[in-house]
Every structure is written in structure tokens, then in C-alpha cells.
Design a protein. Structure first.
Lengths: 370, 370
């Protein structure tokens, strides 16, 4: 095994779990939030800052890196981690989600997906084998199986076909997976259909993956729909494998995911919000561009001890956004990721103390009070 | 005196001088290059990085800060330095240059300048007294006198009138200058006309300024024209005051300025070039976006020991630019300013060793070889 999950404690209030994720590049406490470095860059931050605001495990996107700079350049550096000089651990997604969400799909065949480049329009093709080979050469610690990610509310019949195709793709990808220093995780699909989700989970677990991911959520469905799927899968998630909920990362969704046994998360939200001037605080999100912060000499979040909050005033950061100074996006990106890191630490502590429900109630009241 | 210049050594080869600039916020070796933080931000860099890449003395622009966030907000923080959390020293320009270069001038009167905001079109007015009062409240260590900066090749008659008006403005500004912790420097104008330049210098020196600046250069004239003015003024610059050449900062111009007795420089060039992917190296400027750097695993500049060159490859930085990742602009901005800092250190060393001509010959051959 390249990656190993070690269960440490299950919260008596919620069934949420704390554990250790052992990877070739380090051991990480879970539940963990992974900042997203789509193009081998967590937007605006340098590697020393990524180390500050993460637990040491981040994500990069195979689709983007395959297109720019391409695998040759990354292989010349020895993988994505040396390419971006990241000293920690890295997970790459399969490219599947981006192929389905960003590009102009031409045709999905049994063989793979024909599509056009999201910017240049160039004709491209990706098979499950291609995805695994690309991830092999990206040399991430954790690679993801290539899945189809249909719209959440696709017809039941289509979703069934798609789940079966994704299972066949998972087997094909597993068969060509070569990198001995890289774990491979399978992905559960099935949209809102609980029977399909359970079937997808059960069949995926027959393939010797080292982790199990839930895909196709946070793609536009309601929170109730997402939570229903998570609750239905919870009792069936295998204890010995890490559970990864892909693309999810708002504070409320993190809490519900964790209550339902999830160990790993990633989301572009904290950095995307930051670039629009939206900052996390103990009392919820604030838009730093708002006029009321013009002369506010307090930090972004009084309760935060990150270097941004220890240094700058809301008034100064608002000025940076009003003056269109790039430093503003950088400072809020740093803070938002740091905020989530501390949030996840508090959650792990609450699980250890068998008090995650209490923590959640207090947090939700304070964060979503407005 | 708030600011004091202490002469340490004059280069026997060139007459260039090394000295100490004593300011309320620290003492700095000269010649010095001041990075520009136009809107209280050296673009993309946080204050700890500004400290890395500067000698501790930077510049901000009065025109921009007056318009955004305005003096009230900056006064609430106690000045620009606490506003941006800058621990070093700060010089503010007068706003004159920006009024004349950025805005839509409506009318120049004896009283001051009527103009329109460079973005909103709002009607505005700035007098010499306004400029000084704004700079007083910005609380910089060094304020600049409000000058008219006409086009370099304006008619002789107009330039003469303008020089006289700038002298009257200088006296009016000096009369209202209140901040006891702030020095005030006068500015020499006169375009290419040596007689006007000398007259402007002589008359400006009659006002008890604590430093003398040369303005109206690097505004589109040829290098020969700039150098001619500098050479003509050199014998007349007072030994006991610091000499500041405004807005100049390419390596060749820095060398010529320093040979002609200049102690202080500022320029947006290193950061502006950086944002377009142009990086300084010992062998001249390179455009990091060029295809030839696609798989180049060496640092931006082999001879540089900045954190960017110690960390990242040209190939990675090129990728950031190709992928439109903001980190690219940040890394090159940091490097370019660091490069100039080291360049200025080498120059000061050469002056101390009476070998600035030798240094210049070697540097120019290597840097401008292509």
C-alpha cells in the first residue's frame, strides 16, 4: 500500500472520525482540507505561504497541467511537486471533472472522451489510460480514477449507463497504473439516485483502490440533495480506506461531510472568494469592498492569528481592492485558506472530544447568523 | 534639519559619491534605488518582501493616495507607513508629475492646476499648498515640492515661464510645510535648456530645502538629452544636500546618474517590466515568456541569490505566465527589485574602491551585449 488510513477516533456525538493519512510524502491528520493549486500554483501564493495555510497536502488539476505546460516539462522537473517546489504531498484529480465541466464535449465513447480545448478549441481526446499515464508522470502521491461526471439531474437510464462505464474505466485505469509511489483512488458517481450511488460504491470497492472518493457533488444540486447522498453512503463507506468528498469546501458542507464520515476535501472556494474580496471571519463572510470597512482599523478577522490578520487593517485591504492592487487578492487568499485550516483543526479537536454536534451548533449560529 | 546628507567618499575615477542619508526613519547608504509603491503597495509584494528587496526606503504617490483612499483614511492610520505597515522610510512625490502625465489638464493657473480625474473624469484642483498639506498628512519622511512638469520639448518661452511658476510654487509650498518629522525637497525643471536648468537649480537652492531633485527627465527625451542635462548640472549640485533624480531607474541610466553625482532614484520600471514577464539577469533582460525557456531548469538569474532564484526554475515561471497565474508577476517583481538592490550595492562598493568606470564598462558589456 502506498497510502494507508489509520483510524484514531470516532466522535460519539456524530460518528465523524479522526485519523491519520499516511502518504509517501508525509502523514496528515484527517479530516483534512486540501487547497487547490489548479495549474501548479495556489493562486497568488508562493510555496512558503502554501505551507503556512495548508496541512501539507494540496491538489493539482491533471486536465490543466496536461495542456499547460504538458507532461514533458513536468517530467523534466521530476513531477509537479519539484516543478512548483512543493515540499509536501500532492493529490491530482483525473481530469474527468474538468473535461466535463470546462471543455466543449464532442463525444463520449466507451474508449474515452473527445472534446475541444476550453480556450483554443483544439480537438483533444482523453481515455482512462491517458489520465492515469498523465498522473503517473505528474508523480502525485495520490491519483484519481478517470470518471464520467454527468449533470446531477441526468436521466436515470443515462446515469446508470454512465456509472457502469465509469466502473469499466476505473478497471482500465487501475490496470495501467504503474507509479509505485502513487496511490490510486476510485470515485463513486450516481447523481441523486441512492441505489446507483450504493451500486457504484460497492462495485468500485471491488477494485483494489487505496481510497474512495465521492464525485458529482457540489455541481449545482441543492444542499439537501448533497446531504441526502452523503447520509445514504455513510454506513457503507469502508472503515479502512480514506473517504474523499471531491470539490466540496464551504464551512457548512465541510461539517456535514465530516459528520458523514468524510476525511478529505478540496475546493477552490476559499481562494476564488478571496479574489472577489470575500473573506471568512468567525462571524461569517464579509465583502471587504463594502463601504463600511473604509475606515475599519481592525484585522479581517479579530479571532485569526494569520500573518495577514496580525499585520493589515480591513481599511488597508479594502483600499487594495478599490485601487485594484493585486496584493489585496493575495492577502485575502492567504487568510481564507488559513481560516479553513484552523477551522479543520477545531473540528478534529471536537471529534476527539466527542463534541462535534456542539461545535457545529455554536459555529453555525455564529458564522451564518446574518 | 529632518534629513541630513553625510558625504563618505567620492570616486576618483568618476566623481560619483557614496554617502549616508539620515532620515527620521533610518539611515541609508547612497546611491540608493527606491522601489515605487504608488498606491501604498509595491505591486504584488507584501511588506516583508518589500523589506527584502529594498534598502528600507520606498516611494509612494501623493496623487493616487489623495484620490484613493484619501487623506482621512490614511490619517486615521497615522500616515502611509502605518497604513501599509511599512517599517522603513518613505518619500512621497508631490503629485505634480501625475497631474501632468495621467490626468486631463483643464487649466494651469498661478493658483494651481485644474484637471480631471484620470479614471472618473471628476473635476479636481491642486495647488502647491494642497500638495504639501496632503503630504503632511501622509506623513512621509521626505516630501517633494509641487512642480509643473511640462513636456520636455515645450517652447523655450513656455519653459521659462513654467520654471518661474514652479519656483513661486516652491516658495508657497515651503511656507505651509508644517510636519516637523518630514523633510521637503525642491525640484529642478527646465527641459533640455541648460541655462534654464542652471537657473532653476540656483533659485531653488535659495529656498531652504533639505534635498534637491532633478525632475522632468525620463519623460520621453533621448538618453543623450538626459545625460547632457545631468552633466551640465553636476558641477553645480551642492555637496551638502542629497541629489535625487526622479523617475529614473534603468541600469544604464542609474550608472550615468551616479557618475553625475546623483544619490537617489526611483522608477516603476523593475516592477512594470516584471508584470510583462521581463526579468533582469547579469546578461541583460530576458522575456521569460519566450519559448526557449520552456524547459529551462535554471533560475531566472544564475548569479542571483534572491529567494525566487534560489527556489524556482525559468521553466516554472514561464509556465505561470503562460497559464496567466498571478504568482508569475509576483516572483519576477521580487527578483527585479532584488537585482537592482544588489546592483546598487555593487555600485557603492565600486565607488568606495574608486573603480566605478571599470565596473560600468564590465557591467555594460555583459548586460547590454546582445
Amino acid at each position: 500500500m502506498t497510502v494507508k488510513y489509520e483510524l484514531k477516533h470516532v466522535c460519539k456525538q456524530t460518528g465523524a472520525r479522526v485519523g491519520l493519512l499516511h502518504t509517501p510524502s508525509g502523514t496528515f491528520e484527517t479530516p483534512i482540507f486540501m487547497p487547490v493549486g489548479t495549474q501548479a500554483s495556489v493562486k497568488t501564493l508562493d510555496v512558503s505561504e502554501i505551507a503556512d495555510v495548508s496541512e501539507g497536502l494540496i491538489l493539482s488539476n491533471t486536465y490543466h497541467l496536461w495542456l499547460q505546460p504538458g507532461t514533458d516539462i513536468i517530467e523534466a522537473h521530476g513531477g509537479v511537486k519539484p516543478f512548483m517546489k512543493w515540499q509536501g504531498a500532492l493529490l491530482t484529480d483525473s481530469g474527468g471533472f474538468q473535461v466535463f465541466s470546462l471543455s466543449d464535449i464532442r463525444k463520449i465513447t466507451e474508449e474515452g472522451v473527445h472534446f475541444r480545448h476550453h480556450k483554443s478549441g483544439e480537438k483533444l481526446f482523453m481515455s482512462p489510460e491517458d489520465s492515469i499515464r498523465v498522473q503517473n508522470s505528474l508523480d502525485s502521491d495520490i491519483a484519481m480514477s478517470f470518471d464520467e461526471c454527468p449533470p446531477f439531474h441526468a436521466e436515470y437510464e443515462y446515469m446508470k449507463e454512465s456509472v457502469d462505464r465509469t466502473l469499466r474505466w476505473a478497471q482500465r485505469g487501475k490496470a495501467v497504473h504503474q507509479n509505485k509511489n502513487q496511490a490510486l483512488f476510485g470515485i463513486v458517481q450516481g447523481g441523486p439516485h441512492i441505489d446507483l450511488r450504493k451500486y457504484s460504491l460497492e462495485e468500485t470497492l471491488k477494485i483494489p483502490f487505496e481510497g474512495i472518493a465521492i464525485g458529482g457533488l457540489s455541481v449545482g444540486e441543492s444542499k439537501t440533495e448533497m446531504y441526502t447522498v452523503l447520509e445514504a453512503l455513510k454506513p457503507h463507506l469502508p472503515e479502512h480506506l480514506p473517504h474523499y468528498l471531491m470539490g466540496v469546501g464551504t464551512p457548512d458542507d465541510l461539517l456535514v461531510g465530516i459528520e458523514n464520515g468524510i476525511d478529505m476535501f478540496d475546493c477552490v472556494n476559499p481562494t476564488r472568494l478571496a479574489r472577489h474580496g470575500s473573506a471568512y471571519t468567525a462571524n461569517g463572510r464579509i465583502s471587504i469592498k463594502a463601504a463600511k470597512y473604509e475606515a475599519d482599523l481592525t484585522p479581517l478577522d479579530d479571532a485569526c492569528d494569520c500573518k495577514v490578520c496580525r499585520t493589515y487593517t480591513r481599511s488597508y485591504i479594502r483600499h487594495l481592492f478599490k485601487a485594484e492592487e493585486a496584493l489585496g487578492q493575495r492577502l485575502v487568499s492567504y487568510h481564507n485558506l488559513y481560516f479553513l485550516k484552523q477551522f479543520m483543526r477545531s473540528i478534529r479537536e471536537a471529534i476527539q472530544n466527542d463534541s462535534l454536534s456542539d461545535f457545529k451548533n455554536t459555529f453555525m449560529k455564529q458564522f451564518y447568523a446574518k
